[in-house]
Design a protein around this ligand. Structure first.
Ligand code: ANZ
Length: 923
């Protein structure tokens, strides 16, 4: 067989790899380990398009390369199988989401296997398998049984906290807890009922139930996480989202805020992702201080990052939802305040933060006392102050803060200058650095740096405040009022949540008759008949959110079948953490933050050995669609070719890119595409219909989706793999263009041809390679190795092409060249490499052949610049390859312009060439 028959070859090797479990990885090998991971997909009904495998191809190249570099490589794949689309489909059709999910996974598996990935399929996981979610539930239980000890900077068992409460109450405890946790002594604790104790502990547990203002999406019938809401609508489906108070399961991720922040400095991630996480965590260093109220024993606590501006505070502002609003508002102002509260309630947090134009608010009638100078200042409410941040109250300093300044101007409130160098608010930033304070008893004449400690000391000495660090991040809602998710392993007794026994895990999803809320508005699990713990106590009816199963899945791959632990201790100590993680940038603050949080918790519990889960992260860029257009004449069924369209009145319409080649429309296919085009007519240019082109997101509605299966069928998986890499740097966004694939396919054919003679017989010679052949090979090895090590795959593809062209010109068929070349090509084009490797006489997979080392000796520049003398006089300089044939050199010398000039038309008698020294022309 001499033809490069990729269809046959690819099927053959995919079968071989599967049957021989070529990519099976085992923990505990002597070799160094390498864990290369892809973000696992949600198996959607649409299947994979050419954009999806981009990251998988890159990680596969790295995995195969690392194997040939002697690493024990863990390279798994699985499915994030719980999720909304399958459930939406279930609601419409009544079909169990497990069935849809299974069908979609089957399709994904087929598509993935077509591309020749070196996944260890024995390790596949699906988050919706009870054998998997048993451990998601188990981790939830560990979180429930833990609290965060700030002094130890780690999570600890909640039983330990109970011991402390029994002995000393909570006053010496430095733990993460709800803002409203009261102080209690050991006597008070010991006097509490079991119910009261249980409620108190919920304020400390790392997962807890609480009333929270959540993003409620009525159309989806569920609560959504902040990162699932974009511009006030649900990310999936684009449905409106409202703010609503509901009892929810929460994850106390805020306990880990500081560690999540610090940890970013220890990992090799793209800077923009780290920056997004830093902003999401939102650390602010400042102070908290209390303002007493006139004629009341209530106090208003504010959070400020500019305690130095206290002498310029001319009013306080509370968020409209602040709990004191009702109590402090005087009867006189009640109507105005209530009206304002009602209006503000319907504005989203985002709107409130970004809208700087609308200045609105209401005076409560109450006055607060500035603790520094005893001055009386009015208390307002306004929705630019957010309820969920800091204390939900601010001291307003019009001379220091733009929003406060706008508000003061609007409501005619005083503005006090606080810094000598300050003319107006625009100079505020500089003034902080340069200016000295004025109008202040305590800090007059001091600089910012000098004033800060004085002010904090004053707060502490007078018991009215303290230095305080705030994080913008909130605890994460952990409930979904949906069916297709993990049941929460909790039942309720007297309204208090209790865990089920570990031995009772998994708590499986019960059967229900419809995937909708109950008539009384309970989540779908409310439909399950007799679904009670020990037939007695009601289970939690909400399920876990989409991010539960994906927050620890990389550990399950290490030990997917273990039914004693989520991962075995020795196994996890071997694989440790992920060395390379490739996935889309849309997970920057969702999945990647939650995963780090759960990882840190598991680390604290000594269940995993590393504090960070993903050492290196790469975001692959999106592959955009290349849309084609046809132009329909107004009110007709006639289509005008691109170049002529401006002469007519036309409408551009998307046309299926699969019936267009090199932008030429297949007229017959077009007529068959849709009934309405069956008798379409065309106005052609040069007998052709040329389509218009635009780069857009790849999507069904734009008819620009390219299916990898068709391309694999037409040109082969190896071509597709190499072509996807060839498109450009992995991280970049780039448009798809099927036309370029032919070039890569041609390259593979050329590579194949090197091994065969013109009769199609395998013809590989054992002769020693020439320096030129060695040079071509070794510079390729070097470049490919350097490229893979720095995750630059596109440039390797062109390097391979150059090398094969050079070897083709040299008519190279030497084993000593082709064998190493096959090994280094294998990560990119594994099927053709296996086939040729076998033809070279090997019986083991090329995956186990070790990556050749490049030899610098072969790369030295092997040319020499000869001085050329004519009758003993130096007249010219000409460079030749050190192994250039004598006749070629003579010819070149006699063709040289300088030489010709000095020969003056005479024919030379003799040309003497001294190798690597000099050329003498005797006339
Ligand atoms: C007085 C002041 C003077 C402030 C000044 C700023 C400049 P970050 O950095 O985002 O933490 N603030 C506090 N809580 C708020 C809330 N719930 N809603 C809206 N604004 C709030 O910002 C902290 C600053 O934002 C705080 O410092 C407070 O205003 C305001 F020249 O206090 B500042």
């Amino acid at each position: 067989m001499s033809e490069y028959n990729f269809n046959q070859i690819e099927k053959k090797w995919q079968r071989y790899w599967e049957e021989n479990q070529t990519f099976r990885a085992e923990a505990g090998s002597e070799k160094p380990k390498y864990y290369s991971l892809d973000m696992f997909p949600y198996p959607s009904g649409a299947g994979l398009h050419v954009g999806h495998p981009l990251g998988y191809i890159a990680s596969d190249i790295v995995s195969r390369y690392k194997r040939s570099k002697g690493f024990n490589v863990l390279h798994p794949m699985g499915f994030d199988a719980f999720g909304l689309p399958a459930e939406q489909y279930a609601i419409q059709t009544g079909q169990h989401p497990a069935i849809t999910t299974e069908q979609n996974i089957t399709r994904y598996l087929e598509q993935l296997k077509n591309l020749g990935f070196s996944f260890d399929w024995e390790r596949e996981v699906r988050t919706s398998d009870p054998g998997y979610y048993k451990w998601t539930q188990w981790i939830f239980m560990q979180l429930f049984q833990s609290y965060y000890n700030y002094s130890a900077e780690a999570a600890e068992p909640i039983d330990q906290l109970v011991r402390v409460f029994e002995q000393t109450g909570n006053q010496t405890v430095n733990a993460a807890c709800d803002e409203d946790t009261p102080a209690f002594t050991s006597d008070e604790w010991n006097a509490m009922t079991e119910q009261q104790k249980a409620e108190m502990l919920l304020k400390y547990r790392l997962t807890y139930v609480a009333e929270a203002v959540v993003n409620w999406c009525p159309a989806l019938g569920t609560v959504l996480a902040n990162d699932e809401v974009k511009d006030g609508v649900s990310e999936r489906g684009g449905y409106p989202v409202e703010r609503k108070r509901m009892r929810q399961w929460m994850m106390r991720i805020t306990a880990y805020a500081e560690r999540l922040l610090q940890g970013l400095d220890t990992i090799d991630w793209p800077e923009p992702v780290k920056e997004m996480q830093r902003n999401w965590i939102g650390k602010s260093i400042g102070a908290e201080m209390e303002f007493a109220l006139e004629n009341s024993d209530q106090k208003i606590k504010v959070f400020t990052t500019r305690v130095d501006t206290i002498y310029g505070a001319t009013f306080l502002v509370l968020a409209p939802e602040h709990e004191l609003v009702e109590q402090i508002t005087t009867t006189e102002h009640a109507f105005e305040v209530e009206t304002y509260v009602a209006v503000a309630k319907n504005r989203s947090e985002r709107e409130r933060m970004t809208d700087v134009k609308t200045i609105s608010g209401a005076f409560t009638g109450a006055y607060a006392i500035n603790p520094f100078n005893g001055e009386k200042i009015p208390v307002y409410i306004a929705d630019y102050v957010l309820a969920g941040y800091g204390t939900g109250a601010v001291m307003a300093v019009p001379s220091g803060d733009q929003r406060d300044w706008n508000f003061a101007t609007h409501f005619n409130l005083p503005i006090i200058q606080i810094l000598d160098a300050q003319q107006d608010i625009a100079h505020q930033a500089d003034a902080t650095k340069e200016g000295r304070y004025v109008n202040s008893a305590l800090i007059n004449g001091l600089t910012y740096q000098e004033a800060l400690p004085v002010l904090i000391k004053f707060l502490e000495d007078n018991g009215v405040g303290k230095a305080k660090i705030n994080y913008r991040m909130r605890d994460a809602v952990f409930s979904r009022q949906r069916y297709w998710g993990e049941p929460v392993p909790v039942y309720f007794k007297d309204g208090i949540p209790h865990l089920i026994q570990e031995s009772e895990l998994p708590l499986e999803l019960p059967k229900i008759d419809a995937y909708l809320p109950t008539e009384t508005g309970e989540p779908p699990l409310g439909r399950a008949v007799d679904w009670k713990y020990h037939n007695e106590h009601p289970y939690e009816l909400s399920t876990m959110p989409g991010w539960a199963g994906s927050s620890w899945y990389w550990y399950r791959y290490m030990d997917p079948k273990n039914d004693q632990a989520f991962v075995d201790h020795d196994v996890v100590n071997y694989w440790r953490s992920v060395d390379l993680y490739i996935g889309g940038s849309e997970h920057a603050t969702g999945h990647l933050l939650y995963s780090r949080f759960w990882n840190k918790f598991l680390f604290d519990m000594a269940l995993v050995p590393e504090d960070e889960p993903f050492k290196k992260l790469i975001n692959q860029g999106m592959i955009q669609g290349r849309s084609n257009f046809v132009y329909r004449l107004k009110d007709s069924n006639t289509f005008v070719s691109f170049g002529l369209k401006d002469q007519y009145e036309t409408t551009a319409l998307h046309v299926d890119v699969n019936i267009v080649e090199h932008d030429l429309l297949d007229l017959k296919a077009f007529k068959n595409w849709r009934a309405e085009y069956a008798d379409a007519e065309f106005i052609l240019e040069d007998g052709k219909y040329i389509c218009g082109v635009e780069i857009e997101k790849m999507s069904k509605s734009k008819y620009n989706v390219v299916n990898p299966d068709d391309l694999v069928e037409r040109l082969g998986a190896d071509t597709l793999r190499m072509y996807e890499m060839f498109l450009g740097p992995l991280e970049q966004f780039k448009p798809w263009n099927t036309n370029g694939m032919d070039g890569v396919n041609k390259f593979l054919r050329k590579f194949w041809k090197l091994f065969f003679d013109k009769d199609g017989q395998l013809a590989v010679s054992d002769d020693a390679p020439s320096p030129a052949e060695l040079k071509s090979l070794h510079k390729t090895i070097r470049k490919v190795e350097e490229d893979i090590e720095r995750f630059a795959f596109n440039t390797s593809v062109s390097t391979f092409m150059i090398c094969v062209n050079e070897l083709g010109q040299l008519k190279c068929n030497k084993r000593a060249i082709l064998e190493p070349l096959t090994i280094i090509l294998a990560p990119y084009a594994p099927h053709i490499a296996e086939e040729l490797w076998e033809k070279l006489g090997h019986t083991e997979s090329v995956s186990f052949a070790s990556f050749p080392a490049w030899n610098p000796d072969y790369l030295v520049e092997n040319t020499f610049e000869y001085p050329v003398s004519i009758n003993g006089k130096m007249r010219a300089k000409i460079s030749f390859a050190t192994d250039a044939p004598r006749e070629d050199m003579e010819k070149a010398v006699l063709a040289d312009e300088q030489v010709l000039k000095f020969l003056e038309g005479k024919a030379p008698k003799k040309i003497i060439i001294v190798q690597n020294k000099i050329i003498n022309v005797v006339v």
